[in-house]
Design a protein around this ligand. Sequence first.
Ligand code: ASP
Length: 342
Amino acid sequence: MKNLLAAALCIGAALNVNVASAEEAFGIAIHGGAGTINKAKMTPDKRANYEATLAKAVTAGYALLEKGESSEKAIIAAIQILEASPLFNAGKGAVYTFEGHHELDASIMDGKTLNAGAVSGVKTVKSPIALAQEVMNNSVHVMLSGEGAEAFAKKQNLELVDNNYFNTKSRYEALLRAKKKLAEKERELKDFQAAHQLLDNEYKYGTVGAVALDKNGNLFAGTSTGGMTAKRYGRIGDAPIIGAGTYANNNSCAVSATGHGEYFIRYHVAADICARVEYQGKSLAEAADTVVNDVLVSAGGSGGVIAIDTQGNIAMPFNSKGMYRASMSNKQDMKVAIFADD
Ligand code: ASP
């Protein structure tokens, strides 16, 4: 054993690899949604606002990791900052349903134990990611929905708010625009579902998520969203579905997705990326890029992911015009970006 360790240290030294810091790799990546982010409409003020909030969230998570706290704590801290911001489609600032309310979805997964928690269609829970965490840690289930999930939130003493708390003017205006387009298309197609399928991407995205690796080598992933503008009939997207919008496994990687949820569910995007890393021996960058830019693009699904592996490598590919994103690790300074050429 001692000889093996000595040999590893010699090889490390010969390759100029810092063995001690490689053992302690840690880092975090976050997203605030992918989609048709219009560069022309992105004023310097608006951009600065997005970037400042992303930077605040990623540094909050990173600071916890640096202190030796768990990846669970780090992703919760980052996601709650994004949920509280009206800029993103999660928590405050969530999109509106067709009926003019908000229905929120979230999920979280532990890469060490493969324990997971998810909630869907909740209307009064201030922090849906906190409720997903409660489901993971303090219930015998993986997913709770609607009123039952809200009753559980009350029992766990989570903060409840009126559905109006999630209101923002800009999302309401987006609902009015979406309903106008839907009405025109529905007249042509005589079918709400088909009309919704044709809605522009600007109505579909904005989810938030975080993935992290802590100093103990444990991965965590989490995602929180208001779903899609003008969603109807209790529609649930990929964000609360383990394997689709969120996945973590210490054998491979942690992934949080954003995009057209129906495709992410059918192509179990988050789990597929981790499976390619684990079973095909692909690098994180290659696995994430193949799924986002080949598999999803061929299927017609737009969006992106953030992912981190057990060595602290981070990948953030997307096939849409932009994706609000940020990352930081002990081998990489903070990066905050929106467009592909950032
Ligand atoms: N994936 C989310 C959904 O389909 C939307 C998003 O990423 O913004 O509900």
